[in-house]
Ligand binder design. Structure first.
Ligand code: M6R
Length: 363
């Protein structure tokens, strides 16, 4: 049942190219047009409120960046347990988007009900067919990632982020905020995503990540930094590591480092910096140098070919190059593997981490 893998989590990490194919391909036209199997009128709202928990919340944060960039619609993203109790401002011009693998998370379901009661239209980005949320949502955009058994979410996350990309492209095309050329470029690149993730899972890359994980497995704390569309990648990397290895980890937007977390940096602190190809790469590299200058141990995630930046790091994980908008999907695979091999080396039960349940149906 684990298809030859030791754990469901590892199996699901390797299923990502297939999961992405399932999420994306029927919806990306050869002509560069995105079509979604939902009834929602893409012009019928003025703002979007995304609600979710945990890893799904981080997919929502990537969604905020993509939708605002490509469709120019104001977006806010809330942790569902906060949204439901803070008297959110909702009306008929709001689209509430719930992101959930299970479709059963009680806080997300209640947040959705709160939004619907205020007159919002609702859309879900959901994996589990026929789950509770899908019965209440106006529209469901299924990610079709297949069953996810490992408690630590992996393939559902990359599929959720790719669904956010689809939504942003679809909205941008329908609302005329996205040029035909830019849309065509991004759609063409999105069609390559399954192959790019397959390449990120090439055996020599995986072995390198395993070696780095083992080298730092005795650390008691870890810091993850990223910027822009990859700031959520840093948050997700930290969550994944703490969930399965029980190593304390924090994720930060790289620009926030000077405002506090820099005080933590010393020779015992591994700092993972997502520094792949981006318009703001130079700024991230200077953050990385600041860590280095304080004797921190830098593990840099770099795009293939960016070898000149390797000099600023103790260890480098190279990942396939892609457009910045799509890079969170490729980059997070390296962080999933880093967590996996750290936990595995420490002898932890990766599929069933202590104190955690696969779906959280109580408050
Ligand atoms: O089923 P959901 O997507 O609604 O679950 C949300 C979170 O409970 C979930 O993502 C959790 O954070 C995972 N254990 C992360 O790996």
């Amino acid at each position: 049942e684990k298809g030859g893998f030791d754990t469901y989590m590892l199996k699901e990490i390797y299923e990502q190219p297939q999961a992405l194919t399932n999420t994306l391909l029927g919806r990306l036209g050869e002509d560069g047009q995105v079509s979604l199997d939902i009834g929602l009128d893409p012009r019928s709202f003025e703002r979007i409120s995304i609600v979710a928990c945990g890893t799904a919340y981080y997919a929502g944060l990537v969604g905020e960046y993509l939708i605002e960039q490509l469709a120019r619609i104001p977006v806010d993203v809330d942790v569902a347990s906060e949204y439901r109790y803070r008297s959110p401002i909702v009306n008929k011009s709001t689209l509430a988007v719930a992101v959930s693998q299970s479709g059963e998370t009680i806080d997300t379901l209640e947040a959705l009900r709160e939004a619907a009661a205020g007159g919002a239209q609702t859309l879900g980005i959901i994996n589990a067919k026929g789950s509770s949320m899908t019965r209440e949502l106006g529209d469901t955009l299924y990610i079709h990632a297949g069953p996810e058994i490992g408690v630590a979410s992996t393939k559902a996350y990359t599929a959720q982020v790719s669904a956010m990309l689809l939504l942003a492209l679809w909205l941008g095309q329908a609302r005329g905020t996205l040029s035909r050329e830019r849309a065509a470029e991004l759609v063409a690149e999105a069609r390559r995503l399954p192959a790019l993730v397959q390449e990120a899972l090439a055996p020599e890359r995986v072995e390198r990540i395993r070696a780095i994980a083992q080298k730092y497995a005795q650390a008691s704390d870890y810091l993850f930094l990223g910027r822009g569309v990859n700031a959520p990648t840093a948050l997700e990397g930290a969550l994944k590591l703490k969930e399965i290895s029980y190593i304390h980890a924090e994720g930060y937007a790289a620009g926030e480092m000077k405002h506090g977390p820099i005080a933590l940096i010393d020779a015992d602190l591994p700092v993972v910096v997502v520094a792949t190809h981006s318009d703001l790469l130079e700024k991230t590299i200077s953050n990385l140098q600041e860590v280095r200058a304080r004797a921190g141990r830098v593990i840099a995630i770099l795009s293939d070919g960016d070898t000149e930046n390797a000099q600023h790091a103790d260890d480098v994980i190279y990942v396939p190059r892609t457009a910045e908008e799509l890079s969170p999907i490729v980059n997070v695979v390296a962080l999933q593997l880093l967590s996996y091999f750290t936990a595995d080396h420490l002898g932890k039960d990766v599929d069933k981490p202590r104190n955690l349940a696969k779906s959280v149906t109580v408050e």
